[in-house]
Every structure is written in C-alpha cells, then in structure tokens.
Ligand binder design. Structure first.
Ligand code: ADP
Ligand code: NI
Length: 200
C-alpha cells in the first residue's frame, strides 16, 4: 500500500474513533491538525508523511478522551502495522505525536513533533479555538464565567492556557499564524468583558 492509500485508511480509522465527539476533539479537529501539519512540514522542510499521519492520530490514547488509553494505543499500532507501516516509520509517527499535549508540558525533540504540536496549538486559537473551548466547557459542566469565582470557568481557561500558547510555538511559519489567531482571541475577550460588565 502506498502512502496516499495508507493516509486514506488512517483517516477512516480516525473517523470511526472520533465521529461523535462533542468536546472539540472531533474528527474535524484531527483533519485540521493533519492538514496544518502537512502544510507546516512543506514550509519547514520536514517529513510530510510523518507530520500528516501524526496529525491524524495525535489524540488517540489521550487520557481525557479514552477509557483505556493503553488499549487504544495498542489497537492503533496493530492497525498501522496491518496497513503496511514499517516498524521504523511507526516509531517516527509515535515520536511526532506523543509529546503534543499542552497539559503534559513537554517539548518534542524532533522537528516533526514540534510541527504537530504547533498544528494542534493553532487549532486551540482563533475562532475555531474559541468554539472548541466553549464546547469542552459545556460537556464538562463548566460555567461560562462568574463575577467573583472566576476559577474553573471557561473564560478563565483563556487566561490560564489559550493566551499562553503563542509563546510556545516552535516553527516560524506556525508563529505567524498563531499570532494572528491570538490577536483575534484578545479582541474577543475584550468584547466579552465589555458586554459582561456593561450590557452594551
Ligand atoms: P492538549 O490535548 O494539548 O492537552 P487539551 O486537550 O487540554 O490540549 O485542549 C484541547 C482543547 O480543549 C482546546 O481547545 C482547549 O481550549 C480545550 N480545553 C481544555 N481544557 C479546557 C477547560 N478547562 N475549559 C475549556 N476548554 C478546555
Ligand atoms: Ni488535539
């Protein structure tokens, strides 16, 4: 099976796993991260196939999303072998996807890992990032905001995490995109707080 055919199979595998997610980690998040990772890889002269494949599978085995993360990873590895991905390529894909998570605070060692992390973080910014954050907050029973008890509200998450993301981006191509989406979030928060405080 050639790499295009393998990517098609991976796409279908990811669709089956994430099609009904409502927390912002749906199939379309995986698609955007894979597409962005492919574009960044071209710009940054990284391995395009590894970046795209790792973009597709980067949330498989996430503790928040899987009841049995280890089992999900084992099944994924078996699937990747079954579609003809070699041990060496599988290791490269694993390396590029395992350190992506913000909450784990890791810096990927490979350029491909940095690119997938950048692509995932870009998807947490801008208009899409705002939508995903409220979706996540809603599913997890979080309040939108609170006058005095701001902790654990979705708006507080913007300050705790989203506004910090642009300074954690590795590649220059991604930095430019992230900066634009950061400014959009700042404007959104400004407007949100204005409406919250004055109702105008
Ligand atoms: P990572 O997988 O990199 O650790 P997360 O899964 O924490 O990142 O974040 C993915 C998405 O979920 C982002 O859009 C983020 O804003 C949203 N999210 C994570 N935690 C919260 C939270 N406490 N409140 C609202 N949104 C959240
Ligand atoms: Ni993700």
């Amino acid at each position: 099976m050639n790499q295009d055919a393998q990517l098609k199979q991976i796409k279908q595998y990811v669709k089956d796993l994430f099609h009904s997610d409502a927390t912002g980690h749906d199939y379309f998040h995986m698609q955007r991260v894979a597409d962005m990772a492919r574009q960044l890889a071209r710009e940054e002269n990284a391995n395009v196939f590894i970046c795209e494949a790792a973009g597709w599978i980067h949330d498989i085995g996430d503790q928040k999303l899987f009841e049995d993360p280890e089992q999900a990873l084992t099944e994924m590895n078996e699937f990747l072998y079954a579609i003809g991905i070699s041990k060496e390529v599988l290791q490269q894909i694993q390396r590029a996807s395992k350190d992506v998570s913000f909450s784990q605070g890791k810096v990927p060692r490979t350029l491909e890992g940095k690119i997938v992390q950048d692509a995932d973080r870009i998807d947490a910014l801008g208009a899409i990032g705002i939508a995903r954050t409220f979706a996540f907050g809603g599913v997890n029973g979080q309040a939108i905001f609170h006058d005095t008890h701001k902790q654990n509200t979705t708006i507080q998450h913007f300050y705790d995490k989203l506004l910090l993301l642009k300074d954690t981006i590795h590649t220059s191509t991604a930095k430019e995109i992230a900066n634009g989406r950061h400014v959009f979030i700042e404007k959104y928060l400004e407007q949100f707080l204005k409406e919250w405080n004055t109702n105008i």
